[in-house]
Ligand binder design. Structure first.
Ligand SMILES: C[S@@+](CC[C@H](N)C(=O)[O-])C[C@H]1O[C@@H](n2cnc3c(N)ncnc32)[C@H](O)[C@@H]1O
Length: 236
């Protein structure tokens, strides 16, 4: 057995026995390019926290994270067993915290749900209406996040795969989705275009947002995360 195969096998055995909150924590660290060292001694809010698993795994390492979610269903099925971690029910659009409360606000695989416009079942929305709704909601979300961030604080988030496709035109077509399955080079170029457009979209709302690629072990070339630093001169 080659060394690579051996280490992959060991990884999957380890991951099978790993507690769920540790798996969630690893996904957060990987997707948002975070390290435990970076998180130490910061006051941190996780918006759209799901079960709160990241906060629970963090507590074990002396890192304090407050999980917030508008719908506590994941917490009810899994997270309520996570002891010693507070859980806040609330929406990211009206955060129940005082101004300048946090050094860091994180959000993993949740912002795309927050900003996706509520779909009225009686009426089909056009792609343009969906994009307009996403932009409107982003413009509402960001000032609220900035309000509770301390000066020089940071919002770090990803916007998910299907969220990205909505910010583009030809890349979101069904033909493109089909073609990328059999054409890795096309898939790579499409992912790069989508990432660039996503960044342009976000920067049109807040020019200081930057895009970063985490160390990628899975080969999923679409995953990027975004950083927004609250500069002292921003008025909101
Ligand atoms: C796919 S889950 C991600 C959970 C967690 N971040 C993780 O990575 O395991 C998305 C979460 O976002 C939450 N969410 C959606 N809209 C929200 C809003 N406006 N305010 C707070 N949470 C919201 C949902 O309730 C859901 O728990």
């Amino acid at each position: 057995m080659t060394e690579l195969l051996k280490s992959k096998l060991l990884d999957s055995i380890r991951s099978y026995f790993e507690p769920t909150d540790e798996k969630i924590a690893n996904a957060y660290l990987q997707d948002l390019g975070l390290t435990w060292d970076f998180l130490k001694d910061k006051s941190i809010l996780d918006i759209g926290a799901g079960s709160g698993g990241f906060a629970h795994a963090a507590k074990r390492r002396g890192v304090e994270i407050i999980p917030l979610d508008e719908d506590p269903q994941w917490w009810k099925t899994r997270g309520m067993f996570y002891k010693h971690v507070p859980y806040v029910q609330g929406t990211a659009f009206h955060l129940p915290f005082l101004d300048e409360s946090f050094d860091l606000i994180i959000s993993r695989e949740a912002v795309e749900y927050m900003v996706f416009p509520k779909v009225n079942e009686d009426k089909r929305m056009s792609l343009q209406e969906i994009r307009d709704g996403i932009e409107r909601n982003f413009r509402q979300l960001l000032p609220e996040v900035l309000r509770v961030l301390r000066p020089n604080g940071e919002f770090r988030f990803d916007i998910g795969v299907w969220g990205w496709a909505l910010y583009t035109t030809e890349e979101s077509s069904l033909q493109a989705l089909e073609k990328e399955k059999s054409d890795p080079e096309f898939r790579k170029q499409r992912a790069e275009k989508i990432a660039q457009r996503s960044l342009e979209f976000l920067q049109s709302i807040y020019p200081h947002i930057t895009m970063h690629t985490p160390p990628d072990e899975t080969g999923d070339d679409r995953k990027n995360y975004f950083r927004m630093i609250k500069s002292c001169t921003v008025l909101y």
